[in-house]
Ligand binder design. Structure first.
Ligand code: ADP
Ligand code: ZN
Length: 608
């Protein structure tokens, strides 16, 4: 091993407790330490921060980290300080005298990593570029500089000046979201045209992908509750389409004994901050939120994400599920998908500024929801990434759809549509097929048509799912211009008149719940069984320490570290110190408390 590699590994172990680098981390470290500029694209949880933190620790001087979100800045600094790394942040939330003091410390060489907002760096850099020894400038969330990206921030637009002022300092741009155009634009805008690109696969193999279609209303709520009960004590987010849905959902869950709160952009800032804090501190288990939630938080132990409605495009979906499993431990994504979602989203898309693009994106999202091939393959191909095998961690891989001859079933529905003069929508059609006595059915005289009630032995959810498949296969379409009535296509007519056969995928009411993904190994790089009882005790200890120190539990130790601890059960300081993810500073601070709990547990369970 060459010298740099050895030193980098030593620092990784001492300050973070890790034994090896993730793919691409060391390559980036080596490149910037040799003075090169770089653009790094890695998915959330890929370990971007290490790419600048290790060079900061290995080199003289200070590394400047530009970050757009105050909350994230604070989290990162807290986490570094907890690991014994001298880091600080300058921002507008601190008093000017506090900021002054930090800057003095930076100039004295006491700070290795300085986090700063872009506007502040621009304001101060003329002076700094002359007097301060800067080892590296890292620009986090670098896509914010590009108009092509989805999150352009004007305060980023002047960062191109940085390279001019700090001529000899390498610039490292990092992002988790960049398509091809944004990527090129980042280099252009930051004035680092020769920067080397480092692109890591965007796959998040630890997140299991699941979709349930056709389930609505109370049934959906029941399914969500069942899901949460199957994840006891685990943090998760339920994404809803509208603000009042988040409130209703949280209320419903609370009334069933689940510790849930709502979060949306219409709430007062103080209320939002409180909900966010409580979630980060594991005081609230479930957040029911609109997409506004999750941007500014770095909680690594979010274990599951539910989309109670289909999101509007694959980019949003991927970003939202990506907020789970950042610690690399298994996480579950579950999405509900119904005709109602498509209808609502289609209305949004059609009335939006960029109707064509948005409708196309919605169509791709719908295709994903209806996939009968490995969902991960679909996702990664959407992001133009090569992935040539089935993942084994999605519902399609685990329960390949069973195909059956659905011609008769389709004919029932098609015939009902035709006999109702193609003047009925999804809901009413299902009522007719199932022989409902609802006033809408009777008022329209639909109880008199020949196909009334022919489909009574199929549930509402089944009809929903099969009609969705018929839509997807092109047997019917929705006339959005005609009150969303269902119309039969030419292909549909051929099926109705017996000229064509149709294969459908069998609908299982409890596809997801009854056949969950295969039992996955909890931890990959450790031996032995996880003692679940001990794990619970360790979590309580973590929480007590976090409370006492005013920090988030996941910052004391991640779920992964605790899980390994519950496997390996260290009882001495030396054993504790060699655990995965346990850095030197944390060994000194916490070994006594945790090993005491382990010893007591072992004594109690001996001979059981
Ligand atoms: P990103 O910024 O790309 O989302 P982070 O830098 O926050 O990712 O890292 C995600 C998690 O992975 C953190 O908990 C971090 O400590 C951990 N991590 C990073 N590098 C390694 C490594 N080489 N070995 C083990 N864990 C790592
Ligand atoms: Zn798969």
């Amino acid at each position: 091993m060459d010298d740099l590699k050895r030193k980098a590994h030593a620092v990784l172990k001492k300050f973070y407790g890790y034994d090896s680098f993730h793919p691409m981390q060391f390559e980036v470290i080596e490149h910037v330490m040799n003075g090169g500029d770089a653009v790094v694209l890695m998915p959330t949880g890929g370990g971007k921060s290490m790419c600048y933190q290790i060079p900061a620790l290995l080199q003289p001087g200070c590394t400047i980290v530009v970050s757009p979100l105050l909350a994230l800045m604070k989290d990162q600094v807290d986490a570094l300080v907890a690991n014994g790394i001298p880091a600080a942040a300058i921002n507008s939330q601190q008093s000017e005298s506090q900021n002054r003091e930090i800057i003095d410390n930076v100039f004295c060489g006491n700070i290795k990593l300085l986090y700063i907002s872009p506007e502040r760096l621009i304001a101060d850099m003329d002076q700094w570029s002359q007097d301060l020894r800067v080892s590296l400038i890292a620009i986090d969330e670098a896509h914010c500089i590009s108009h092509w990206g989805h999150d352009f921030r004007p305060e980023y637009s002047q960062l191109g000046l940085v390279k001019e002022r700090f001529r000899d300092v390498p610039v490292l741009a990092l992002t988790a979201t960049a398509d091809r155009l944004t990527r090129l634009d980042i280099r252009e805008q930051l004035n680092i045209k020769d920067a080397k690109l480092f692109i890591k696969s965007f796959d998040r193999p630890n997140i299991s992908l699941n979709v349930v279609s056709g389930v609505t209303g109370r049934q959906k709520l029941r399914r969500i509750v069942k899901f949460i009960e199957a994840h006891p004590g685990q943090s998760g987010i339920v994404y809803c389409l509208r603000r009042d849905d988040t409130e209703k959902m949280a209320q419903n869950l609370r009334s069933l004994g689940i510790n849930a709160q709502s979060f949306h952009a219409g709430m007062a800032t103080s209320a939002k901050l409180k909900v966010q804090r409580d979630f980060i501190n594991d005081d609230v288990q479930v957040i029911c939120a609109t997409i506004a939630f999750g941007m500014g938080i770095d909680k690594s132990n979010v274990r599951w994400i539910i989309h109670s409605n289909m999101p509007k495009n694959i980019e949003s979906y991927y970003q939202e599920i990506g907020r789970s499993g950042r610690d690399g431990m298994p996480a579950d994504a579950l999405m509900f998908y119904s005709f109602g979602d498509v209808k609502t989203l289609m209305n949004f898309a059609t009335s939006s500024g960029q109707a064509m693009v948005n409708i196309e994106k919605l169509n791709r999202m719908q295709q994903y929801a209806e996939a009968t091939v490995c969902r991960r393959r679909m996702l990664l191909s959407y992001f133009n990434e090569r992935y040539d095998h089935d993942c084994g961690n999605c519902d399609v891989c685990n329960n390949p759809p069973e195909r059956f001859d659905g011609t008769t079933l389709c004919q029932m529905a098609l015939s009902a549509i035709v006999r109702a003069n193609q003047k009925v929508g999804f809901k009413l059609l299902i009522d007719i097929l199932r022989g409902s006595r609802k006033s809408e059915v009777l008022a329209g005289g639909y109880d008199k048509i020949k196909t009334y009630g022919v489909g009574h032995d199929l549930t509402n959810s089944m009809w929903n799912a099969y009609l969705l498949q018929m839509l997807q296969l092109g047997l019917i379409y929705i006339a959005y211009e005609d009150e969303d009535h269902l119309k039969v296509t030419d292909y549909g007519s051929e099926v109705l008149y017996g000229k064509r056969q149709v294969m459908l995928s069998r609908f299982y009411y409890d596809n997801y719940q009854n056949k969950p993904a295969k039992k996955r190994q909890l931890v990959i790089d450790s031996q032995g069984e996880v003692d679940m009882e001990l794990l619970e005790k360790l979590k309580l200890t973590r929480k007590a320490i976090a409370k006492a120190r005013g920090m988030a539990p996941y910052m004391v130790f991640s779920d992964k570290v605790l899980t390994i601890m519950a496997q390996e059960k260290p009882i001495t300081k030396a054993q504790f110190g060699t655990l995965y993810g346990v850095a030197e500073a944390k060994t000194n601070q916490y070994w006594l408390q945790f090993t005491a709990v382990i010893k007591e547990h072992l004594a109690k369970t001996k001979g059981r």
